[in-house]
Design a protein around this ligand. Structure first.
Ligand code: NAD
Length: 309
């Protein structure tokens, strides 16, 4: 257990993340921050009141400022707005970049030793904004995308093969968007290549469904996007860090030559422990997978160039 984890943004993803963190007792204190007056306080109190039933001692509180967040060990950033009618992607990009920049400056001031887990979209670019604005080393700025995309992929495979989700091992790499790269060559059922259990057409359909996993939920919800699986994914990253688990998880990390790429956030296999990013695993990829990863990197670089810092 660490002392304090802050979640910025008390919307769907943020509030669910705070609840999961508290229920798992990953921090003595979980602080939710949002700009809307009363909402983080109300949700925090409501969650704390569930403690005697759910049996956790993590204190959850909400705030509109950063005083209560001081000295956080981990800060999960989920603040942002969704695209509104008439807004271009670049407008959204720069609106959310402005929000993330303001948040990152506060984090730098109040929790200079924190490890940041970025969740706000566009994910890879927002992680870049946080890295630049805080000046934190890359070990302490990570993006959550790969754990979620991989969970979606694994859940679809478990369903198709009628086996436990526990026995599906997989990694989805690349940027968080429709260019993400599910690595089929390393997808196994208890260590046995998945291609021995499923034909190519079915596997291709699952890969495609994974790429569009976010959009599939938006289509159902209409007014919002996914948050149960995204919050679970952010919490898995927090858990690996808080408990110094040295887990190998696909996360967006700032590449410095790994996979032949430099100066961008991209989803790669990362080792997470108490220091944050404790290593990037460079694994062999097929020629097709490498090409797909490079294509995905190009899709990340484009909005990165458009963002105003
Ligand atoms: N990385 C991923 O895989 C992934 C998955 C799901 C959602 N997301 C992203 O996470 C973000 C949050 O999604 P959501 O569904 O919770 O949205 P939401 O609208 O429910 O919540 C966002 C919250 O941010 C708050 N906010 C806005 N500006 C703020 C600021 N300056 N400081 C603090 N709080 C501020 C809003 O008041 C709101 O409560 C979005 O950008 C979404 O696209 C990413």
């Amino acid at each position: 257990m660490v002392n304090k984890i802050t979640v910025v943004g008390a919307g769907n993803v943020g509030a669910t993340t705070a609840q999961r963190l508290a229920e798992k007792e990953l921090a003595r204190q979980v602080v939710m921050v949002d700009v809307i007056e009363g909402v983080p306080q109300g949700k925090g109190l409501d969650q704390w009141e569930s403690a005697p039933i759910e049996l956790f001692d993590s204190r959850v509180i909400g705030s509109n400022g950063y005083e209560e967040t001081a000295g956080s060990d981990i800060v999960v950033i989920t603040a942002g707005i969704a695209r509104k009618p008439g807004m271009s992607r670049d407008d959204l990009l720069n609106t959310n970049a402005g929000i993330v920049k303001a948040v990152a400056l506060e984090v730098k001031k109040t929790s200079p030793h924190a490890i940041i887990i970025m969740v706000s979209n566009p994910l890879d670019v927002m992680a870049y904004v946080a890295l630049k604005v805080t000046g934190f080393p890359r070990e302490r700025v990570l993006g959550m995308a790969g754990v979620l995309d991989t969970a979606r992929y694994r859940s679809f495979l478990a369903e198709a093969l009628d086996v436990s989700v526990r026995d599906i091992q997989a990694m989805v790499l690349g940027g968080h968007g429709d260019t993400m790269v599910p690595i089929v060559s390393y997808t196994t059922v208890s260590g046995i290549p998945v291609t021995q259990f499923i034909d190519k057409a079915k596997l291709d359909a699952i890969v495609d469904r994974t790429r569009n996993g976010g959009a599939e939920i938006v289509k159902y919800l209409k007014t919002g996007s996914a948050y149960y699986a995204p919050s679970a994914a952010a919490v898995q990253m927090c858990e690996a860090i808080a408990l110094d688990q040295k887990r190998v998880l696909p996360c967006a990390a700032w590449l410095q030559g790994e996979y032949g790429m430099k100066d961008l956030f991209l989803g790669v296999p990362c080792k997470l422990g108490r220091k944050g990013l404790e290593g990037i695993l460079e694994v062999e990829l097929s020629a097709d997978e490498r090409t797909a990863l490079e294509k995905s990197a190009a899709a990340v670089r484009e909005p990165m160039a458009a963002v105003k810092l």
